[in-house]
Design a protein around this ligand. Structure first.
Ligand code: WT7
Length: 653
């Protein structure tokens, strides 16, 4: 197909703005929308809900707030899978809903039309019903990037079951903890997947993680040609084939839970973030449409995130489908067989919207630049980035090398908890500024406050909070844990009666009124865009039989953004290279290789306060070769010299 090369941005006053061509095709191009939406956010969102989503019955009340909880579209009824599939069938039944690119080069891509996806989803929904899964039950999903992940998730949505997706790179223990928290009856998994040209097994971890839990049935996708035995295990395709294609959707209340997704907070145990049906649908629909300027006629959207993370849920699957668009997903690694793979996929499939993370951009800058041919990238229209702050160099590189200096970069700030993007520039409005996320999405308001909730002035760094009324896609609690929900997100409301959701991110508003995110203010790390808490990693290391205690802190890393460094106090004896390898392996087994510490130091003692709190801040300063402050509060100041003694030249490589 011949692609017309269009310039979608133009430079004015040192900044990038949408070009006339972009304005022409943009869903929103007038910045008055922000002020208009904020005049009455509830009315604004009600208008969007009516226009974007198909309801079985309309809501009685747009928004209801009893902090720390709030509800959207109260009394409204809908089915989420109907919104993703059925409503498109008449006009777009033969349109491609999902293109799946398997990693092995000899395997052909799989294209599922809306009609074929609908049929598979209905069948699998019946399979789940047959296993006794009912409305409100949790189904655990431990799948790689294959179409069955989408089929399973939508099948859950069809019958009102709650899906709980667990990242396939997580270890068996992490899977088990999530299965147990949600009391999942069914687990859907695969025998494995392809990564970097190799077969990676998943089934062993799935077996281990589900053993002795509430799971009664394990449905296994046969991706690698394996077969499963045992009464608990069934083959995905065989059960699908024999299932009935008619499946009446369960009509859900807007506030009924669509999914839970576990994410890391300050304390060790991950929290099950709850997302509802109606509010999430509205935000997923509109943010996909407006942020990426997605048109359902010719756009192909590729969000490179794994389904194990919220970005995969909302922008690889749900947002594009709610919009009747085409989504592309890829099973494997960006460097297989070499670094040209992604760009070939873009070219061969005319990808127009591309959404990835700064860590991938930095990796290509470093290792893959020579594989990029501008000719391969002419179909691109909008580029997105997410997951961590993007630095000036990476932003400019993305703009020039991938976007050919033609495409706007949409730096989207959001979180697992927010369900959809919340702070970004819109392609038809701009401006597109390196390192600056932009404005709150229309109808949403963020401010920067100090630790008492008092608003900061422009340019001053503080805590990023969202003001009431909260965006429709926001979380509705932590699964079975009210206390955690209040403690984690509502400290400004609890202490100072201010109706603010605390994002735990630092930020400031720049001269132009745009928001710049500076990063987490708590003990949460972003390692290659993956969210993980230092406490989670410490808990995992601490259960190693040789470890007495440990402290984990992140250090900057050129490609991954940050990586964890562990300071370990042994019960007895000396550390060794062998033990370092053993500890890394132990973390792989407990959490997964994404959490593996980059460096392990053995120390005799960790700097602690009188009350026994480990001073990670001091360790961080020492790693950065800065003079640590506040040593007076330490009960063991000698520990500082000892730590200094073991730290070599850490370059974060
Ligand atoms: C944390 C949330 C939301 C999808 C993926 C991450 C950081 C996210 C940006 C951005 C700077 C960002 C924040 C946030 N973050 N997007 N555009 N610029 N930082 O979801 O795993 O829940 O992580 O990611 O620190 O709190 P998550």
């Amino acid at each position: 197909m011949l692609v017309k090369i269009v310039k979608y941005i133009t430079k004015k006053g040192g900044k990038y703005w949408p070009s006339a061509e972009m304005k022409k095709i943009a869903w929103v191009s007038d910045n008055k929308i922000y002020a208009k939406a904020l005049k009455n956010p509830v009315k604004f969102w009600e208008g969007l809900a009516k226009e974007g989503i198909s309801w079985e019955s309309k809501w009685k009340k747009g928004y209801e707030e009893k902090l720390p909880y709030f509800k959207w579209f109260v009394g409204g009824k809908l089915n989420f899978s109907v919104n993703c599939l059925d409503r498109h069938l008449e006009k777009k039944g033969d349109k491609i809903a999902l293109t799946w690119i398997p990693e092995p080069l000899e395997e052909k891509s799989v294209k599922l039309t809306y009609r074929s996806l609908h049929s598979k989803v209905c069948k699998f929904a019946n399979v789940l019903r047959g296993f006794g899964v009912k409305k409100g039950d949790v189904v655990a999903v431990y799948l790689p990037m294959i179409p069955e992940a989408l089929i399973t998730m939508l099948a859950c949505a069809r019958i009102g079951a709650i899906h709980s997706v667990v990242f396939s790179a997580f270890a068996a223990d992490a899977l088990k903890a999530r299965i147990e928290d949600g009391s999942a009856k069914v687990l859907v998994t695969a025998d494995g997947y392809y990564r970097r040209g190799k077969k990676v097994s998943l089934i062993e971890k799935a077996k281990k993680g589900s053993k002795g839990t509430s799971v009664e049935k394990v449905v296994v996708v046969n991706r690698l040609g394996g077969s499963v035995k045992g009464s608990k295990f069934v083959d995905f395709n065989s059960v699908l084939e024999s299932a009935d294609e008619e499946c009446k959707p369960e009509i859900m209340k807007s506030e009924d839970t669509l999914f839970i997704l576990y994410t890391s907070g300050t304390t060790g145990k991950p929290k099950g973030v709850i997302h509802d049906t109606g509010g999430y649908a509205v935000q997923a629909y509109w943010t996909t449409k407006w942020d990426f300027n997605l048109h359902d006629d010719d756009d192909v959207m590729w969000c490179t995130a794994d389904v194990g993370w919220v970005t995969g849920h909302t922008y690889a699957f749900y947002g594009p489908l709610l919009n009747g668009g085409t989504s592309l997903i890829y099973e494997g690694s960006p460097d297989f067989p070499d670094f040209s793979r992604w760009w070939k996929i873009i070219k061969e499939n005319n990808v127009s919207v591309f959404y990835t993370a700064p860590t991938a951009i930095r990796m290509f800058m470093k290792s893959g630049e020579k594989f990029i041919k501008s000719k391969d990238l002419e179909s691109l229209r909008v580029l997105g980035t997410v997951g961590e702050p993007i630095d000036n160099d990476a932003w400019n590189w993305y703009l020039e090398k991938i976007g050919g200096g033609r495409c706007p970069i949409i730096d989207t700030w959001w979180q697992t908890e927010t369900g959809g993007t919340l702070i970004t520039a819109l392609p038809g409005i701009g401006p597109f500024v390196p390192t600056v996320a932009g404005m709150s999405f229309p109808g949403v308001q963020h401010i920067i406050v100090d630790d008492k909730g008092v608003e900061k002035k422009k340019g001053e760094l503080g805590f990023l909070v969202q003001k009431s009324p909260f965006a429709p896609g926001m979380l509705h609690g932590v699964y079975k844990n009210h206390k955690k929900y209040v403690e984690t997100y509502w400290r400004f409301w609890k202490k100072f009666k201010k109706p603010y959701y605390d994002s735990s991110d630092g930020a400031f508003v720049n001269r132009d009124g745009l928001i710049r995110i500076t990063g987490r203010t708590d003990d949460v790390m972003k390692v290659a865009g993956h969210r993980m808490s230092t406490a989670e990693l410490e808990d995992a290391i601490n259960v190693h039989k040789k470890v007495n205690e440990c402290a984990v802190v992140p250090i900057p890393h050129k490609i991954k953004g940050e990586v964890p460094v562990a300071f370990v106090v042994l019960k007895s004896g000396e550390g060794s290279e062998e033990l370092i390898a053993g500890l890394k392996k132990h973390v792989d087994n407990k959490l997964g290789p994404t959490a593996r510490p980059a460096v392990v130091y053995f120390v005799k003692d960790l700097p602690k306060t009188r009350s026994g709190k480990i001073m990670r801040r001091i360790l961080k300063s020492l790693l950065a070769k800065e003079e640590p402050k506040g040593l007076m509060t330490l009960v063991n100041p000698d520990s500082v010299e000892a730590v200094k003694g073991v730290i070599g030249d850490v370059k974060g490589e």
